[in-house]
Design a protein around this ligand. Structure first.
Ligand SMILES: [Zn+2]
Length: 199
C-alpha cells in the first residue's frame, strides 16, 4: 500500500541536489554511554554502522551528549548504551540462558521515536558466547562490530518508522551471534529503498 508513494518520494529526492553530496543526507547520532566501553570498540562500531548505512546514502556524524548540547543538528537520533560495553567475564555456568533483547527503540502513541537503548551487557554476553580461540584477542573489534550492527538495526527502526522487520539483512528480527560478528551484514534492498525514501 505504501509502496507507490514511497517510490514517488524517492524519485523526487533523487531529482533534487542533496545537501550532503550526491544523493546523500547527514544524520547526527548522539552516543550516550552509561557504563564502561573500549575506545577501540567504539571506533569499530562507528565504522561498521557507517559502512552498513552508506548503501542508503546516509552519512553519520557522531556526537557525544555534550557535543550535541552545544550545537544544533537538523536530523538527530540518540542512542544510549546501558551497562558495560566491554567483554564480560566468562559466565559461571556453561549454559547461556535467555539473554533478552539487545536493544530497543522507543515508541510513543505507536510512533517510533528517534531514541534507542542498547543493552551493552547483553550484547557483550551474546558476543562472548560466540567467541572461540583467537577471537578473544580481537574481542574489542568484534564487540564493536556487533554494536555497529545493533545500532544500524535500530537506526532502520528510527529512520523509517517501521516496527515490522525485514526477512534478510541487518533489519532481521532475531540476529544470531554469527550474524553479529562474522562476515558482513548489509541492509536488504527493500530497507535501502525505504531509507532513501524517507522525507
Ligand atoms: Zn528490531
Amino acid at each position: 500500500m505504501r509502496h507507490v508513494p514511497a517510490r514517488w518520494i524517492a524519485l523526487v529526492v533523487a531529482a533534487m541536489p542533496a545537501m550532503a553530496g550526491a544523493n546523500g543526507s547527514n544524520l547526527t547520532v548522539v552516543l550516550d554511554f552509561k557504563g564502561q566501553y573500549s575506545p577501540a570498540s567504539v571506533e569499530a562500531m562507528k565504522q561498521e554502522t557507517q559502512n552498513i548505512l552508506k548503501g542508503a546514502g546516509l552519512h553519520l556524524d557522531w556526537k557525544s551528549r555534550q557535543e550535541a548540547s552545544q550545537s544544533s543538528s537538523p536530523d538527530l537520533v540518540v542512542v544510549r548504551f546501558n551497562g558495560s560495553c566491554e567483554l564480560p567475564p566468562p559466565p559461571l555456568y556453561d549454559e547461556l540462558g535467555e539473554i533478552g533483547p539487545l536493544a530497543s527503540t522507543y515508541t510513543t502513541d505507536g510512533q517510533v521515536q528517534p531514541f534507542s537503548d542498547v543493552a551493552c551487557d547483553r550484547v557483550g554476553a551474546f558476543v562472548r558466547s560466540g567467541l572461540n580461540g583467537g577471537d578473544f584477542k580481537k574481542a574489542d573489534l568484534l564487540i564493536g562490530r556487533a554494536l555497529g550492527r545493533v545500532v544500524a538495526h535500530e537506526l532502520v527502526h528510527m529512520l523509517t518508522g517501521q516496527k515490522k522487520h525485514s526477512r534478510e539483512g541487518v533489519f532481521e528480527p532475531g540476529l544470531t551471534v554469527e550474524q553479529l560478528v562474522a562476515g558482513e551484514l548489509p541492509l536488504s534492498p527493500a530497507d535501502i529503498e525505504r531509507l532513501r525514501a524517507r522525507p
